[in-house]
Design a protein around this ligand. Structure first.
Ligand SMILES: Cc1cc2nc3c(=O)[nH]c(=O)nc-3n(C[C@H](O)[C@H](O)[C@H](O)COP(=O)(O)OP(=O)(O)OC[C@H]3O[C@@H](n4cnc5c(N)ncnc54)[C@H](O)[C@@H]3O)c2cc1C
Length: 378
């Protein structure tokens, strides 16, 4: 255990990704004494360290979906937290581009959704205006989203951990939750350390923020995950780094119109000024983060539609992340599941399932909702 709280824990949070830590910090702020239980040796070692680190404005999701509402709320909370705690971030804005006239209707859909979701007005740019804003980008038209940005995801996660610990909460690393039994007054968690030590923890309330494994945790709690439609599909996204010799490729985030199941292979830059292309979309059955170098050809072709100078030789495998998706290939939009499961016979448990993008942006808002649900359940 990396730190000890001041009192006996009254809520266990399973998973020290950015969302689990945000939930624990929120609960501690409300007077609880949380313990976060995490398999790995450190925080944010899975999806929370394998993503684009983009602060999404909330322009893509169906209005009134949790993804839309929590993204808009979470974005503002995230920027405020970053300003207050000096967490590295930049509100650099994003350009979504149509590379041909036939893609204009996709931009119109995004503009309409953004307005209906309260994500903020987007500005239309014609080809010449796109060129003035981004001299190396070629496009038929573009939408400018000024509220998008980038953030240091690890620093954000560390800020939640620091807040949790300063309020008397605890973090148990190297510890896996292997069982979850309902009791008359809460839950008994069977845990195992990576040295094989076993320990049972009894707590009144539990938050399941186990990311890629959250459906399995729900199953351990006795929930019928298949009947509920909570079975996760893993969907890998690879990234390629862009050779530094290409210099300052773009000033902003540049995205094509969204692809099926993803936002399309886009250009991101991190706070160190390094450019990456990605992520693609590949449903997988196993947890492997290897990036196949042979994909460089396909990535270069996708990016060259709006950045014509990109060649496969400019790209090198860099990183991969895996999305915990509720929808399978070709299936319709699925929203985040954020549910207190008292009505399913499992009271005092909040399950967070399918927390793919924009989960990083929305982390503080997801935490606010999870804590509200636990509080309402008594
Ligand atoms: C390719 C990609 C790009 C993305 N880009 C963006 C983006 O630009 N902007 C954005 O807002 N979002 C983005 N996202 C989404 C964002 O990264 C996730 O929504 C967010 O990181 C989810 O955090 P989490 O805490 O729910 O999950 P995780 O970070 O996966 O944390 C879950 C934790 O639970 C632990 N755990 C699991 N089972 C157990 C157990 N039995 N016992 C103990 N611990 C356990 C795991 O070890 C893990 O550390 C992206 C995701 C991907 C994959």
């Amino acid at each position: 255990m990396s730190s000890a709280g001041t009192g006996a824990p009254d809520v266990a949070v399973i998973g020290a990704g950015i969302v689990g830590l945000a939930c624990a910090a929120e609960l501690a702020r409300r007077g609880s004494t949380p313990i976060v239980i995490e398999t790995h040796a450190g925080i944010a070692r899975e999806t929370s360290s394998r993503n684009s680190e983009v602060v999404h404005a909330g322009i893509y999701y169906p209005p009134d979906s949790l993804k839309a509402r929590l993204c808009v709320e979470g974005r503002e909370r995230l920027y405020a937290r970053c300003r207050e705690l000096d967490i590295p971030h930049r509100r650099i804005g994003k350009l979504v581009v149509a590379t041909q006239a036939s893609e204009r209707s996709a931009l119109e859909d995004i503009a309409a959704r953004a307005e209906a979701s309260g994500a903020g007005a987007l500005s239309w740019l014609d080809a010449a205006e796109v060129g003035r804003r981004e001299p190396r980008v070629r496009a038929h038209a573009g939408l400018w989203s000024p509220r998008s940005g980038i953030v240091d995801a690890h620093a954000l996660a560390a800020s939640y951990q620091a807040e949790l610990e300063s309020l008397g909460g605890a973090l148990a690393l190297h510890t896996r939750v292997a069982g979850l039994e309902p009791r008359a007054d809460g839950w008994s968690l069977r845990t195992e350390s990576d040295r094989g030590e076993r320990f049972d923890l009894e707590v009144p309330r539990v938050v399941n923020a186990a990311g890629l494994w959250s459906d399995r945790i729900a199953e351990l709690a006795g929930l019928d995950v298949d009947a509920l439609g909570w079975r996760l599909r893993w969907c890998k996204g690879d990234y390629f780094g862009v050779a530094p010799r290409l210099g300052a490729l773009t000033r902003h985030l540049v995205y094509p119109v969204p692809a099926a199941a993803g936002l399309g292979i886009h250009v991101t830059l991190d706070l160190g000024g390094r450019y990456r292309l990605g992520p693609d979309v590949e449903y997988v059955d196993e947890l492997s983060y290897r990036v196949d170098p042979a994909k460089a050809e396909r990535f270069a072709r996708a990016a060259a539609r709006y950045l014509p100078e990109i060649r496969p030789r400019d790209l090198s495998p860099e990183l991969a992340g895996i999305r915990p998706k509720l929808q399978g290939p070709g299936e319709a939009f699925r929203d985040f599941v954020i549910r207190e499961t008292g009505d399913l016979g499992a009271p005092g448990l909040v399950c967070l399932i399918g927390i793919e993008s924009p989960g990083l942006t929305a982390s503080a808002a997801i935490a606010r909702l999870a804590a509200d649900l636990l509080q309402a359940a008594g």
